[in-house]
Design a binder for this molecule. Structure first.
Ligand code: UTP
Length: 481
């Protein structure tokens, strides 16, 4: 970790210059090893830079700049629009498959988040996501990776980004599970950077204890610098990896390695590509893919002007800004190289998130657990790299096939484990039906049994053709493949 100051005096001057006098004072009040402990943490931060961030993002709110004259972003439809596009998709699939089998594609999972909404006491990747076996999210992705490695007789290295808060538990989980049968040589775990949380009113960095700051991970956008600083980018170059398939840890429906998507991205010379799905409603809580002056932007739903979000395309009768971002991307390795060449100049903005953060109050020498929002956390978002690309590609996918993130605890929101497991059951049932199996459904049309199809077995419905399937699945049946 880099050190920005070599002496106490230098650090104290920087703290005082940047509105963090309370930290300087705390440092002076501590003695011996406790003082050294806080000093060692504080010197890892550039307080001039943090001071500027506090001014821009904590003490004022006008940080998010929405580009003007937004237009809907073009995208490749899920189903090719005609014979020419069909040919194009076939060529893209072949290209993607070729890149995978040549070992030029890596999987990258960001799993450094705190998962606070889910309220699960372990890292989110350990969450038992599958409907019958209750396999963890990490285990589920590992099966998918096995499938693709077997199918293309290749090695797909898997890079997993954690954060200080969950790194050891994540690595320990893989060890305990014997890396889910994957070769640990092809797995790499690394942590993203952490940033202090700042008091909402004063912009002062909060302490977690007398000798440490209250820190949180710097957002999934922090993955771009973390890839480089951890040595993962160099590892990718050594292995001849050209494209990074980026997924988040919370979506069990995702196809971690999608040859069509990778191929469309590669053939278009795209630097970073994204999957989208049609939004359910104008203000659905998904980022909006928008074009501005030939650059692709994701505008968060909360920043999207309502009037624009509600515009309807008279030709199709659908929303003009239909494309919602679901955090599935492919990035070129050389794009990440270019973007992170100078980590101080990454070029991604920060976003402020107001949160309740427990802290230690030096004024009264006690721990405080606030009931409401008291702090600002600063996060970078990976999709903010899109406007920095010379070329981008968007591919449409469907919610039913590829998107059911686990964000909320059951009963506390739409993106819950129950909904995700149900989506896996329904997808499994559809794939079985497409292969001639009769699946019992209830009056509401929902599958009346339990179905789980391991990604080890099938990634696409046609993969099931290789298996002996039952003629039907009756009400109350449990079917695991
Ligand atoms: P979310 O933004 O949904 O956050 O992350 P979260 O931490 O999982 O959950 P909440 O908001 O605290 O409830 C989306 C994805 O980005 C990763 C998460 O691990 C998840 O895969 N992420 C998020 C990081 O890797 N680092 C971060 O700093 C934030």
């Amino acid at each position: 970790m880099s050190t920005h100051y070599t002496s106490h005096e230098e650090l104290v001057r920087a703290l005082n210059r940047n509105g963090q006098e309370h930290l300087a004072q705390q440092l002076n009040e501590l003695g011996g090893s406790r003082r050294e402990e806080l000093f060692q943490q504080l010197v890892t931060y550039d307080w001039e830079r943090l001071g500027r961030l506090v001014q821009t993002y904590v003490l004022s709110e006008g940080a998010v700049k929405i580009p003007e004259e937004l237009q809907p972003a073009p995208y490749y439809p899920m189903t090719p629009a005609g014979p020419d596009q069909e040919t194009q998709y076939r060529a893209a699939w072949a290209k993607g498959a070729q890149l995978v089998l040549e070992g030029k594609v890596a999987l990258f999972t960001v799993a450094g988040g705190q998962g606070s909404r889910l309220g699960f006491e372990h890292p989110k990747g350990l969450f038992p996501a599958s409907p019958i076996r209750r396999l963890s999210l990490f285990g589920w992705f590992a099966e998918s990776l096995h499938h693709m490695q077997r199918r293309f007789r290749t090695v797909i290295p898997w890079y997993i980004m954690t954060s200080q808060t969950n790194h050891d538990a994540t690595v320990g989980f893989f060890e305990e599970n014997d890396y889910f049968g994957l070769d640990p040589q092809n797995l790499m775990f690394f942590s993203q950077a952490m940033l202090p949380a700042f008091d909402l009113e004063t912009g002062k960095a909060l302490l977690k204890s007398p000798t440490s700051l209250a820190l949180s991970p710097n957002g999934h956008g922090g993955s771009l610098t973390a890839i480089r600083e951890s040595g993962a980018l160099a590892d990718m170059s050594r292995r001849g990896i050209e494209h990074i398939s980026y997924i988040q840890v919370d979506n069990p429906l995702v196809r971690p390695i999608d040859p069509l998507f990778i191929g469309l991205h590669a053939l278009a010379d795209s630097e970073m590509s994204s999957k989208m799905l049609p939004k359910r409603e104008p203000m659905e809580k998904l980022g909006n893919f928008c074009m501005c002056a030939d650059k692709l932007w994701v505008i968060e739903y909360s920043d999207m002007p309502v009037a624009l979000a509600e515009e309807v395309d008279p030709g199709t009768g659908r929303l003009r800004f239909l494309a919602g971002s679901i955090a599935i991307h492919v990035l070129r390795v050389d794009f990440v190289e270019r973007l992170t060449a100078d980590p101080e100049q990454l070029g991604l903005p920060f976003h402020r998130a107001e949160k309740a953060v427990a802290y230690w109050d030096p004024a009264c020498g006690a721990a405080v657990s606030p009931s409401g929002k008291n702090a600002v956390k600063l996060e970078m978002f990976v999709f903010d790299a899109l406007p920095l690309c010379s070329r981008t590609v968007i591919l449409e996918t469907s919610r039913e096939e590829e998107f059911a993130p686990i964000k909320d605890a059951d009963g506390r929101g739409l993106d819950s484990p129950l909904v995700a497991r149900r989506a896996l059951i329904e997808r499994g049932a559809r794939w079985l039906e497409q292969n001639g199996v009769l699946v019992a459904r209830d009056a509401a049309g929902e599958v009346a049994g339990m179905i789980e199809i391991s990604p080890f077995v099938a990634i696409y419905p046609e993969d099931l053709q290789a298996y002996e399937l039952p003629a039907q699945i009756l009400e109350g049946d449990t079917f695991l493949l």
